[in-house]
Each structure stands twice: as structure tokens, then as C-alpha cells.
Design a binder for this molecule. Structure first.
Ligand code: 2AM
Length: 180
């Protein structure tokens, strides 16, 4: 019998942006600030699904495959820290409408399929550091990483031999980018 998996929908970051982000992090945060997320694990979560049975996974994949919406440009131009969860994050000052629509659709589909969804509003972010429970100076966002988002993905999260591993299981394309 197949087992359930810990899943979430997310956006990937282009490799060159991942690299620029980790250089920026190394330049601004001492190594002991918190637990650094590996470059390949940097992502933006759209909807967290928790433990999902194979049957529910198939339902969620079918629903995700029905989403028809244009891609959008994401500007990563904000940064902050949540002291309670010890997270240092990157985000976007003006989330594009397409991002909010996509997350809202996936969260609604997940809720309808019986996945618990947080009542907290969606706060799009890329977790950079964990266990950063002391306030650290967050550099003013004088940077801007911008990239086109053309697809979203379903990711499995596993904790193996002390490391978190994220494995993309499936990707769905968005429609051609909206003209800005
Ligand atoms: P975080 O980075 O803010 O912790 C895989 O764990 C992804 O799902 C991470 O981006 C994580 O967000 C998010 N995640 C984990 N548990 C979650 C939960 N209970 N509610 C919402 N998102 C969660």
C-alpha cells in the first residue's frame, strides 16, 4: 500500500536568482544568524497541503491541471523577519494579481479536498533562514530580483538523515505572460 506524502504547491526560482540570493545572504547575515536554507531548496510556497494520501494527491493534481491563468512577473524586493517562527524571508512589496489568484485557487482546491488550510492570509515569501529567533538587522531592500513565472509545481518534502529534501513531482504551465 502506498503511503501518504508531505506535499505543497510552490514556485521555483531560476538558478541564477537562487545564486544571487545566497550571495546576498552571505554578505548580510553572519553564518550564526540561523539555519541557512540550501540554494536548491529556495522556493515560494503557494499552498501547503500537509500529509496527503495517494488518492487525494491524484484529486489535487487533476484540479491543479484545470487551472488556466496567465503567468506574471515576480519582483523580489522585500525582506523581513518573523521573530515568533524565527524565519528571515524575502518577499514582494506588491504581490502581482496573478500570484494572489494562483495561491487563492490552489488553497481553495486544497480546502475543498479536505486539506487543512491556515486561516492566516497568504503572505508570499521565500524562507532564507530558520531558527533566527533573535532580531537581526534586515538590510533595506535596495535590490530587486525580477523574473517571469511561467509554471507552478507540486513538491514533496522529506526529512532524510537530518536534511530536508524537496522533490518536484509535477509541473503545470501558466498561460503566456500578461503584458505589463
Ligand atoms: P515556511 O518556509 O514559511 O516555513 C515546505 O515546508 C513549505 O511549506 C515551506 O515553504 C513552509 O513555509 C511551508 N509550510 C510548512 N508547514 C506549513 C503550515 N503548517 N502552513 C503553511 N505553510 C507551511
Amino acid at each position: 500500500m502506498s503511503e501518504s506524502k508531505r506535499l505543497f504547491f510552490a514556485l521555483a526560482l531560476p538558478d541564477e536568482i537562487q545564486q544571487q540570493i545566497i550571495h546576498w545572504r552571505a554578505a548580510h547575515f553572519p553564518a550564526d544568524t540561523g539555519r541557512q536554507i540550501a540554494a536548491a531548496n529556495l522556493h515560494l510556497t503557494l499552498a501547503f497541503l500537509g500529509e496527503v494520501s495517494p488518492q487525494k494527491q491524484r484529486t489535487l493534481e487533476t484540479l491543479a491541471g484545470r487551472i488556466r491563468q496567465p503567468g506574471f512577473t515576480l519582483n523580489v524586493d522585500d525582506a523581513g523577519q518573523w521573530l515568533r517562527s524565527g524565519v528571515v524571508w524575502l518577499g514582494t512589496r506588491q504581490p502581482p494579481r496573478g500570484l494572489l489568484q494562483l495561491a487563492s485557487m490552489l488553497r481553495a482546491q486544497a480546502a475543498r479536498s479536505g486539506c487543512w488550510q491556515s486561516p492566516q492570509p497568504f503572505h508570499p515569501h521565500i524562507t532564507l533562514l530558520r531558527d533566527a529567533s533573535h532580531a537581526v538587522p534586515i538590510p533595506a531592500p535596495g535590490f530587486c530580483w525580477s523574473f517571469p513565472v511561467t509554471e507552478f509545481m507540486l513538491v514533496e518534502s522529506q526529512f532524510l538523515r537530518g536534511r530536508t529534501r524537496y522533490t518536484p513531482l509535477q509541473r503545470w504551465p501558466l498561460l503566456p505572460l500578461e503584458k505589463q
